[in-house]
Design a protein around this ligand. Sequence first.
Ligand code: ARG
Length: 461
Amino acid sequence: NEGALWGGRFADGPTAAMAALSKSTHFDWALAPYDVAASKAHARVLNRAGLLTDDDLAAMSAGLDRLAADVADGSFGPAESDEDVHGALERGLIDRVGTELGGRLRAGRSRNDQVATLFRMWLRDAMKRVGAGVLDVVDALVAQAAAHPDIVMPGKTHLQAAQPVLLAHQLLAHAQPLLRDLDRLLDADRRTAVSPYGSGALAGSSLGLDPAAIAADLGFSGPAENSIDATSARDFAAEAAFVFAMIAVDLSRLGEEIILWSTPEFGYVTLADAWSTGSSIMPQKKNPDVAELARGKSGRLIGNLTGLLATLKAQPLAYNRDLQEDKEPLFDSVAQLELLLPAMAGLVATLTFHADRMAELAPAGFTLATDVAEWLVRQGIPFRVAHEVAGASVRAAEEAGTDLAGLSDEQLASINPALTPQVREVLSVRGSIESRNAHGGTSSSQVARQLDVLNRQLPAL
Ligand code: ARG
């Protein structure tokens, strides 16, 4: 088992099946740039602890720089004999600076604190990339809302016609959860930004290495308080997996609406050709695959979260090899979001809205009935009665085959004397929308205020 990180107490190397099971280089190679950077920082603390001379530090750093360049251009990669990225990179360092010097680097460090540190470093960068992608989707939603301040549409509950709303209000209702997801990423980073380096295998370092120094060197906010916890905790990864799944679920809900809106039955939007696909057999088809993949991938990201939690749930402290299973779900969630987020931003930015169709449907299904009831309340009628009267108006209109505004003054008065012709002032979509003018409502001034808040918030993100 030559070249492995362990083997002194073993007479035999692992069987091929053991090695194949154990191997992680096919995925943990993503940590290689972080591993080299952290090794350079580790060499500096070894030097400060008097375990590496200045000349050795210079030679070691130069060797690590060469290794980093070779990793970056692909000329150095994992070999068949490498168990994981850490072993492969030690092999690479020894190739470049010799066994005597290369063999000094690992002092005071275990793969257990190492992998926990590198995974956190990778995740912090990944959360920033995902956050930028989320922000692009928010920007696209905000731009569409700003470009269409006047389009009205049917607001729905239970997918049934409920009350008219502004399209801009509905679009921003998808921007708000994504902004909360961005906030979740920032908050998760506070807990991820704690360095396990110096924890060793589980019990800490005896060599006088300074965990605070290496933490600062690597951009962490500080060193972990407990070496057992630092090497075995993965709640930071589960938390990120949750935020990634939540982002995917939020995109899925937006996608589901776009799918519905693009059907001829709704007819609210046309999708841009560049963000749609065709059918191999039905020439007329234009399919909303981006939105469907958002819906589909959300299931996959939920799986990555629940899979990781299941991996963690019964592990005793401290490190167990089970933890090697922590990385692939997170790598996958990030890779899927990096595919999905730009496509969703593009899809949203290029939607063409059909204002006439939405305006035609906005009052359909008696969506102004609540306005009748609330108008009656403003005339001093108790809401229970008002609700009954408005309901009776819906029944009368349904029987007469008209909408609420189509009832004659006599028909209205016969339903209830309180229904004077003045009720017509709320029997328009516009009137209904503009009357909902309390903070957060769908009136045009409230939606403009909401846009304004967003436009002041976004540049800071
Ligand atoms: N590759 C392992 C992981 O990803 C780190 C190695 C720890 N191995 C060990 N025997 N302690 O978790």
